[in-house]
Design a binder for this molecule. Structure first.
Ligand SMILES: NC(=O)C1=CN([C@@H]2O[C@H](COP(=O)(O)OP(=O)(O)OC[C@H]3O[C@@H](n4cnc5c(N)ncnc54)[C@H](O)[C@@H]3O)[C@@H](O)[C@H]2O)[C@@H](O)CC1
Ligand SMILES: [K+]
Length: 490
């Protein structure tokens, strides 16, 4: 499991650790890891001799890390210039170390710092770290823009300056890095868009915080292959279709029969023992998947089902509404997606005794919460938590970084690490619904079903897109599920 802790937790752990180690030791550990990562990033086999390095230096310890790393690179022969954005407050020890190593320090008043950045091979962003508030200050913006436009490798120290460490929000100008070297633990903002998009590749430098973080719940966690392998429902000798789970799918309409086919496709390949389909798309479903058990409805008359998926391509007519009400009245877990999200009653969802999973994209989440879509996209973590809380349901917010929140407070939000932009294609959400519903029917808890579903879905898209990447259609994603499954279990 990859975990990310809040700034408050990181600060507390740092205080506890600092009390046991010599003064400055943590900063030296951070700087050593940072300098090593920079040397690698230069792509010269670790050699830094004559490389032109510019250190953008702010007023806090983040600038200190960057200056000490600059000193280490200067000792190995790099030409290092620190641009001091707050000359009076630059970290004294770091500045002295840089000068002693042969580096120089300038201010934007003395020199054309933008031109310096344009000529650099490597730019270190030590403007601000976990102490940052709001976006970049105006004086730093042209330097961040120059770094982005230049051919230099841009390495963010701990975080890209200007992004919010706890929320992943980017409310003003921010540095765009090729790589972020973060210390002690990941911060939530490094894993959630739009901030994550600014971070580039992530490197974690161990500074010994582990024992002081253990015991505090992380703010965010991301499943890895081994976690997913342990959760996947694998049949044993005693299994039959009911023990593996039967998932009911209420999806599709005369107008959108394809949604039914795609949801069933996902469900059939995600571990349940059988799939029941209820709705007007039965012919299309059977033509593609003869193993599906179909019935005309209402859902509660369809036979035994251990979890329902309702909503993809359902439309919003009276029959669709009745189907949503019918399914939500059941006492088994229910996943509501797409059109179903427009038809559900919040109080009904809140009063359910079995789990409910809502799987909106940003627009649907915005409608459910009565806010603008842009607000959801700007503050994904906040809104997925609010959604789960407001509906008393597990919320899966789809998008560039898919998030899963539980209704219980204090439970870490899960962020899906397998997402890929190849998934932005019509019908891919229907496949995700089917996969996740199947996992619910197999007995996974709602949060596990949703996060494993998103993981399998993203990985299948990657498998389908291939190592170089090529467009995939939603049915390709469903067809690639067995490949993703095998990859996880191998
Ligand atoms: N505390 C520790 O033991 C360690 C801290 N480390 C580093 O220390 C950083 C945190 O240091 P600080 O607490 O000094 O905080 P920062 O260096 O992140 O920033 C604090 C300073 O920046 C100013 N500031 C806030 N927002 C700004 C903005 N948008 N633009 C410009 N200036 C802004 C504040 O007035 C303050 O002076 C971490 O991110 C990490 O890089 C590492 O050295 C590891 C050890
Ligand atoms: K930074």
């Amino acid at each position: 499991m990859r975990v990310a802790y809040s700034v408050e937790t990181v600060r507390a752990a740092e205080r506890a650790l600092m009390a046991r180690v010599p003064e400055g030791a943590l900063m030296q550990r951070a700087a050593a890891g940072l300098a090593a990562a920079c040397a690698n990033a230069l792509g010269t086999g670790g050699g830094v001799y004559a490389a032109r390095v510019v250190v953008l230096t702010g007023s806090g310890d983040n600038g200190g890390d960057a200056l000490y790393a600059g000193a280490r690179l200067a000792r190995r022969g790099a030409g290092v210039t620190a641009v001091l954005l707050a000359p009076q407050k630059a970290h004294r020890g770091g500045l002295a170390a840089l000068r002693a190593a042969g580096g120089r320090a300038v201010t934007p008043e003395d020199v054309d710092a933008v031109a310096l950045v344009h000529r650099a091979d490597l730019v270190l962003d030590g403007i601000v770290g976990i102490g940052g508030k709001g976006g970049l200050r105006p004086g730093a913006v042209p330097l961040a823009e120059a770094a982005r436009a230049s051919r230099a490798v841009v390495v963010a120290v701990d975080l890209p300056s200007g992004v919010d460490a706890d929320t992943g929000e980017v409310r003003g100008a921010a540095v765009r890095a090729d790589m972020t070297v973060t210390f002690g633990t990941y911060k939530p903002g490094l894993l959630v868009d739009p901030a994550a998009e600014h971070a580039g590749a992530l490197r974690l430098v161990d500074i010994g915080l582990g024992p002081d973080l253990d015991g505090t719940p992380p703010a965010l966690e991301a499943l890895q292959h081994a976690d997913v392998a342990a959760l996947l429902p694998v049949p044993d000798a005693e299994s039959d279709k009911y023990r593996r789970g039967v998932v009911g799918v209420v999806a599709g309409s005369e107008r959108y029969p394809g949604a039914a086919v795609l949801a069933v496709a996902g469900a059939l390949r995600a571990g349940a023992g059988a799939v029941r389909y209820v709705g007007p798309g039965a012919q299309a479903v059977l033509a593609r998947f003869p193993e599906t058990l179909v019935s005309a409805g209402p859902p509660h008359k369809a036979g035994r089902v251990q979890a329902w998926v309702v909503g993809p391509g359902l439309g919003d007519g009276p029959e669709a509404r009745r189907a949503v009400d019918d399914v939500l009245a059941s006492d088994v877990p229910v996943l509501v997606d797409a059109d179903g999200l427009r038809l559900l009653d919040r109080d009904v969802v809140r009063s359910r005794t079995a789990g409910t999973v809502l799987t909106p994209h940003a627009g649907e989440a915005a409608a459910l919460l009565g806010v603008a879509r842009e607000e959801v996209e700007a503050a994904r973590l906040d809104h997925v938590r609010r959604l789960a809380g407001a509906f008393g349901a597990t919320a899966l917010l789809k998008g560039s970084t898919t998030l899963v929140a539980s209704p219980e407070p204090g439970v870490p939000v899960r962020v899906n690490p397998t997402g890929t932009s190849w998934l932005a294609t019509a019908g891919s959400g229907d496949v995700l619904s089917g996969i996740t519903g199947s996992l619910l029917a197999a007995g996974l808890a709602p949060r596990d079903a949703a996060s494993v579903g998103a993981y399998l879905h993203g990985l299948s898209a990657r498998v389908a897109a291939g190592p170089v990447g090529a467009p995939v259609a939603a049915h390709d994603v469903a067809a690639a599920l067995p490949g993703a499954w095998r990859d996880i279990r191998s």
